[in-house]
Design a protein around this ligand. Sequence first.
Ligand code: MG
Length: 261
Amino acid sequence: MKHLELLDVCRNIKDEIRKRIRRIPKSDLRIEVGMGKDGTPTKKVDRVAEEIALGILKDYDFRIITEESGVLGDGDIIVALDPIDGTFNASRSIPIYSVSLCFSNSEILGDAFFGYVANLATDTEYYSYGGWGKGESFKDGKPINVSSTNSLKCNAIFYYPDRDYGFKRVRIFGSAALELCFVADGSIDCFVDIRSHKNKGFLRIYDVAAGLLISRNAGAITTDVEGNDVEKKRFTMDERLTLVVANKNLHNKIIKRIRGM
Ligand SMILES: [Mg+2]
């Protein structure tokens, strides 16, 4: 499938989710409606958004890995779907929540070829195509690049600082997919997530796959906290990630600072 066709599919999903969410009374958005395959409670806003996305994706021959329903379908193209990234924000009308879709030719993140993240509150959209490390990234149709700062006195997104790392500012917005795009377009200098869960990272592949492709193709280095490139990460339900994402000058300094070197 060509990237323009995939862009249309993603925009259709985004538009339908936005329309539908607007019609749900605010107080209903956060009602728990079950348990997701990821082991966390599914809220009404998650359920509604996922039903819309799956309803559109089912017309194609995809294998879909998604937060609430797990793995569906058996097509050759893998789609990592997070119908709502930032459910807490969505359920409280804080305008920072997104839909995230990443398309890959194999179970390996490095084979991802199209990534799409849209802020469902503001209708801002980010996407990337052209292959891992070989493509370009866009915000609302215009090419984007990471910042060029090489000083640790910079603006960081950090889940969660356990000490003072010397950043100028630390911000936590609550939607990793979007926050990786804030690094991709240079609004923020780096994204760091050092959280661990059962000796693995905390982030799930469908939270961050699209944002990682977008930031990678905007010039970011994308590794875990050990400094290993995330391109070997897999599109599976139990994959977990820590992350350090920043331009090449800043990235190494952050890794050293975090590891106390
Ligand atoms: Mg979600």
